[in-house]
Design a protein. Structure first.
Length: 372
């Protein structure tokens, strides 16, 4: 008897679980299976984890895009959900961003941002996410005439409801769009200050090539003066040097992606010695042609080098998978084993911006799933 599962958009076949077990025995059966060499999709979904690299606008599923567009009277250049999905053959980061910004056009009202965010949290909790640190791109909305307050109020309400109704904690990280000017980033920082209590940190995203981190040094220094944590996308399509700039010029505490560090042994040593967290997104990297396939992705090598690697989804509506789908992909493509999944899950909590007490509690929950 066979059971069919989906991982990263690929159909996989496993032997079906035989026999039944009582509710009381479910946990012991879970632990027994976890100790097996074959880690099923179900077990990978249930591993407690944090997601540290998720763009909320990138969780806008095509069906929701069309529903909100119809409600708001926004005309899309695609005629159907199918046409949108057919456009998901990206040549690089920029071709993805063109579609990404097309999708954001439908987000006009507080309700839209609330529904988008809460839908992500529902999906994430179904995949074992206990804590999420979520990026949002205010400039993608304010440049269209949507008030900063509209976006952040809708998102924040959903995060509060996620904690109350779903039991998932969360933080919000404001990202500056690097293809826009440093002055525009400074203006966004100014607009964010009245909402300081709702934002844990700032980041840097959008088109990487030709937009080095060092150009945003001043606004990151300003963010640091206001007590914000700092992260930055670097070393995805850009060179290893961008990772150094993010660390040295921006004071980044985490590097988002960072996969091109493997081209520079000296940088790898530094990242290992300083235990700089790297929020890696394997399916995203393959869909954007950073690497030809999951099998050729360096994330397992990076983990083996002692780097503080986490596994995340990035823009899951566009890249064929949420966080557990990425876990399945590295199992299938790179042979991730039980100890690898424990390492990346532990790293996800340790690298978060939670307090030490909260981290300790979540690490204890995680440890209970890996009891021997």
């Amino acid at each position: 008897m066979l059971r069919r599962c989906l991982a990263g958009g690929l159909a996989l076949v496993y032997p079906a679980d035989e026999g039944a077990y009582s509710e009381e025995g479910e946990r012991s059966v879970w632990l027994m299976r976890l100790r097996d060499a074959a880690l099923t999709d179900e077990l990978l979904r249930e591993i407690p984890k944090a997601e540290l690299h998720i763009h909320i606008e990138g969780s806008l599923e095509p069906q929701m895009m069309f529903e909100i567009a119809a409600r708001n009277g926004v005309r899309l250049r695609y005629g159907s959900v199918r046409e949108v999905r057919e456009a998901y053959d990206f040549a690089d980061l920029q071709t993805f961003l063109d579609l990404y910004y097309e999708g954001t056009r439908v987000l006009l009202h507080e309700r839209d941002f609330y529904e988008l965010t809460f839908a992500y949290l529902q999906k994430a909790t179904s995949q074992g996410v206990r804590h999420a640190e979520i990026f949002f791109d205010p400039q993608a909305h304010t440049d269209r005439g949507v008030a900063f307050e509209t976006a952040i109020t809708g998102i924040h309400r959903a995060l509060l409801d996620g904690q109350r109704r779903l039991g998932v904690s969360s933080h919000l990280i404001l990202c500056f769009l690097r293809h826009l000017s440093a002055d525009e980033a400074a203006e966004t920082m100014r607009r964010a200050l009245p909402y300081k209590g709702q934002i844990v940190g700032v980041g840097l995203d959008s088109s990487e090539v030709g937009h080095p981190p060092e150009g945003f040094k001043a606004v990151f220094e300003e963010a640091a003066r206001h007590g914000f944590h700092r992260v930055a996308h670097a070393g995805e399509e850009g060179p290893p040097e961008y990772i150094r700039q993010a660390l040295d010029e921006l004071g980044a505490e985490r590097i988002d992606h960072g996969v091109r560090c493997v081209e520079d042994p000296g940088l790898v040593r530094r990242l290992r010695d300083e235990q700089v967290p790297l929020t890696v997104c394997p399916l995203s990297n393959v869909r954007l042609r950073v690497f030809p396939s999951v099998e050729e992705h360096p994330v397992k090598r990076m983990l083996g080098e002692g780097l503080c690697v986490t596994v995340n989804s990035d823009d899951p509506a566009y890249f064929g998978g949420y966080v557990a789908d990425n876990y399945c992909a590295v199992r299938d493509g790179l042979g991730f084993a039980r100890e690898d999944f424990r390492a990346v899950a532990e790293n996800s909590f340790r690298a978060s911006f939670l307090g030490e007490g909260e981290k300790k509690e979540l690490l204890e929950v995680l440890a209970s799933y890996f009891e021997t």
